[in-house]
Design a protein around this ligand. Structure first.
Ligand code: ADP
Ligand code: MG
Length: 339
C-alpha cells in the first residue's frame, strides 16, 4: 500500500487561506489599515490606483518593524499580537490571526519599507509568489509603507470577477470610513488616481462623523450615552426626520471594531418605532465598549461578526437608551406622508 497524503507547500496553503481573507481590493485595504492602527500610528495614508486593481498602498507612522520581523511578517500564523490560546479571550488589537500579510502576498506583488524609531536605516522587502525576491536597507521615515500591486495576478477567475472601478471603489471607501469612524484621534487620508477623496484630521467622534458625512450632519445627531456593569454605550443616532430611504449610515462598533449585527440593528429600529416615515432607515453611529472576555471575535476570518455573551441584555439596553435619548431631545412622531 502506498501513502498518498502530503503537506501542502506554504505558498499553496497561503493561497487557499487568501480565498477567505482577500475577497476584493477592499479586503486588502481593511487589513492594511488595521495593521497600521495596531502599530500605534497617529497618521495613516491610503493611496489607491484604479480602485485597487493596480495599487493599494498604506503608509503609516507607527512603530515599524525590525529586519527579522519584516521578513517574518509575511509568514502564515506569524503575529506579534497574541502568544497563547488564553490571549484569544483578551484581544485588544485588530489583528491576531497572523494571516493577512501572508494571504495578501500569496495573491499579489508586495513591496514593504519599514523603520523603527531607534534605527538609522530601514528595511526594504519585495515579495513575488510568496517568496522574498529582494531585501535591502533603505532610507525611509519611521513607520511602515506597504504597496500591494496587481492583486489576483495569479488567480484569473478572481481577477475577472472584480466589479467595475466604481463598485470596487465604493467598497474601499466603506472600509476606509468604518476604520476612520472607529478611530477619530488618528488622522487619515485617502487618495484615488492622484486626487484626494478624504483628508481627515485628528479629532473627536462627532467631528469625525461630520468630516466624513458633511457639515449638515452635525445638527442631525442626537447624543447617546449610557454606562452599566456590562457595557459602555456612546455615540449618536440621527434625528428621525432625516432618516433616509437608502441604508448606509448604520454603524456599530464594538471595542472600536466595526461589526455587523442584524439583531442589534433591530433593537435600534424598534427604538424608533412610530417616529419614522414608511420605509426609511434610522442612521446611527454607536460605540459599545465591553470586556473583551465577554465577546468572541474569532468566528469569521474578516472579523465583522462577533458573538456576545449576553446579546439579549445588550439588545434591551440599546433599545432603552436610544429611546430615552430621542425622548430627551423631544423628538416628536412624524405623520406618515405616504399613506
Ligand atoms: P496580524 O495582524 O493578525 O498579527 P498580519 O499578517 O496582518 O497578522 O501581520 C503580521 C505581523 O506583522 C503583525 O503581527 C505585526 O507584528 C507586523 N505588522 C504588520 N503590519 C505592520 C505595520 N504596518 N506596522 C508594524 N508592524 C506590522
Ligand atoms: Mg493584521
Amino acid at each position: 500500500m502506498s501513502d498518498i497524503i502530503q503537506l501542502l507547500p506554504d505558498h499553496v496553503a497561503n493561497q487557499i487561506a487568501a480565498g477567505e481573507v482577500v475577497q476584493r481590493p477592499a479586503s486588502v485595504v481593511k487589513e492594511l489599515l488595521e495593521n497600521a492602527l495596531d502599530a500605534g500610528s497617529e497618521s495613516i495614508q491610503l493611496i489607491v490606483k484604479e480602485a485597487g486593481k493596480i495599487l493599494i498602498q498604506v503608509i503609516d507612522d507607527g512603530k515599524g518593524m525590525s529586519v527579522t520581523d519584516a521578513r517574518l511578517s509575511f509568514e502564515r500564523h506569524a503575529t506579534s499580537k497574541i502568544k497563547s490560546a488564553e490571549d484569544l479571550f483578551a484581544i485588544n488589537t485588530k489583528g491576531f490571526r497572523g494571516e493577512a500579510l501572508a494571504s495578501i502576498a500569496a495573491v499579489s506583488h508586495v513591496e514593504m519599507k519599514t523603520k523603527q524609531t531607534q534605527d538609522e536605516v530601514g528595511t526594504y522587502i519585495k515579495i513575488e509568489g510568496s517568496e522574498i525576491t529582494t531585501q535591502d536597507v533603505c532610507v525611509t521615515p519611521k513607520g511602515t509603507s506597504i504597496s500591494v500591486k496587481n492583486l489576483f495576478y495569479n488567480i484569473p477567475a478572481r481577477r475577472n470577477f472584480l466589479k467595475s472601478d466604481a463598485v470596487e471603489m465604493r467598497h474601499i471607501i466603506d472600509e476606509f470610513q468604518r476604520v476612520a469612524l472607529a478611530h477619530p484621534s488618528v488622522a487619515f487620508d485617502l487618495h484615488h488616481n492622484g486626487s484626494s477623496l478624504f483628508s481627515l484630521p485628528s479629532s473627536n467622534y462627532r467631528q469625525r462623523i461630520v468630516n466624513i458625512l458633511g457639515t449638515k450632519t452635525n445638527e442631525r445627531l442626537v447624543p447617546v450615552e449610557e454606562e452599566t456593569d456590562i457595557v459602555k454605550i456612546s455615540g449618536f443616532v440621527g434625528k428621525p426626520e432625516f432618516a433616509k430611504r437608502t441604508r448606509g449610515e448604520q454603524f456599530f462598533f464594538v471595542n472600536n471594531r466595526y461589526i455587523k449585527s442584524s439583531y442589534l440593528h433591530h433593537s435600534i429600529v424598534s427604538a424608533f418605532e412610530g417616529l419614522l416615515r414608511d420605509k426609511s432607515h434610522p442612521s446611527y453611529f454607536l460605540y459599545l465598549d465591553v470586556d473583551p472576555k465577554t465577546i468572541d471575535i474569532n468566528i469569521h476570518p474578516t472579523k465583522t461578526e462577533i458573538k456576545f455573551e449576553d446579546e439579549h441584555t445588550l439588545y434591551a439596553m440599546l433599545k432603552s437608551v436610544v429611546k430615552h435619548s430621542l425622548g430627551q431631545f423631544s423628538v416628536a412622531p412624524v405623520l406618515d406622508f405616504d399613506r
